[in-house]
Design a protein around this ligand. Structure first.
Ligand SMILES: NC(=O)c1ccc[n+]([C@@H]2O[C@H](COP(=O)([O-])OP(=O)(O)OC[C@H]3O[C@@H](n4cnc5c(N)ncnc54)[C@H](OP(=O)(O)O)[C@@H]3O)[C@@H](O)[C@H]2O)c1
Length: 185
């Protein structure tokens, strides 16, 4: 847990979609079970969420999928890529970081407090360190059996408090949770 950043007012949030069985992608990163299913989703709140953050912290696994999108979806936002293996990036306003500590130092140095954390392992890293404040999960009405899980295994329970739950279109449900700070925080 990094108390220094909590003190500096970091508000890190995640906004993801899962299958009912808790996967964010197929093993090969495929999102076919998600994309195309949500044509009548309605307003998911994503645009407001995106507008509310100053920067993204993204794991390399998500980068590797997004880099093949036709259009870069994060234009205008500072991007911190977390990876021990990526050598370069040509994304605008993006920097590479080898460790969470380096990400935290950079956010502090640049005075960035409102952060969108993306990628299963990266979200779990923030949760494990007590650095995630809020998480919104939209659940698609499908079981895909295997794939990349949203959450790692944690050594102890992480309590969540539900802020809102609602039905979206296309059979999706969405819940937003506040992460309850652990006692030592
Ligand atoms: N359904 C959704 O809403 C949604 C949202 C986002 C992503 N996705 C999908 O999820 C998949 C990627 O998820 P993922 O579980 O692979 O997680 P990820 O967080 O995107 O990427 C994991 C990688 O990030 C780097 N990393 C994470 N924590 C680190 C740390 N503490 N220190 C150094 N490096 C760290 C490592 O890169 P290195 O191996 O280079 O060290 C690690 O292998 C993609 O297929 C993406 O499309 C789905």
């Amino acid at each position: 847990m990094n108390a220094r950043l909590k003190k500096n007012g970091l508000v890190a949030s995640a906004f993801l979609a899962t299958s009912v069985d808790g996967f964010i992608a197929r093993e090969d990163g495929g999102l076919d079970w998600l994309v195309g299913r949500g044509e009548t989703l309605g307003d998911t709140g994503y645009d407001d969420f995106f507008a509310s953050v100053d920067a993204l912290v993204m794991g390399r696994g998500t980068h590797d999928i997004v880099k093949d999108f036709d259009e870069y979806p994060y234009a205008g936002k500072r991007m911190l890529l977390l990876s021990t293996s990526l050598e370069t990036t040509d994304w605008p306003d993006a920097t590479l970081h080898r460790s969470l500590e380096d990400v935290l130092d950079t956010l502090e140095r640049e005075g960035i407090t409102r952060v969108y954390v993306d990628g299963g392992k990266t979200v779990s890293t923030f949760l494990r360190e007590g650095l995630l404040s809020e998480i919104t999960i939209s659940v698609a009405p499908v079981l895909i059996g295997h794939g990349i899980r949203l959450f790692d295994q944690f050594e102890s329970d992480i309590e969540l408090e539900v802020i809102a739950t609602r039905e979206l279109g296309s059979g999706f449900t969405q819940s937003t949770y506040r992460v309850v700070p652990q006692p030592e925080e």
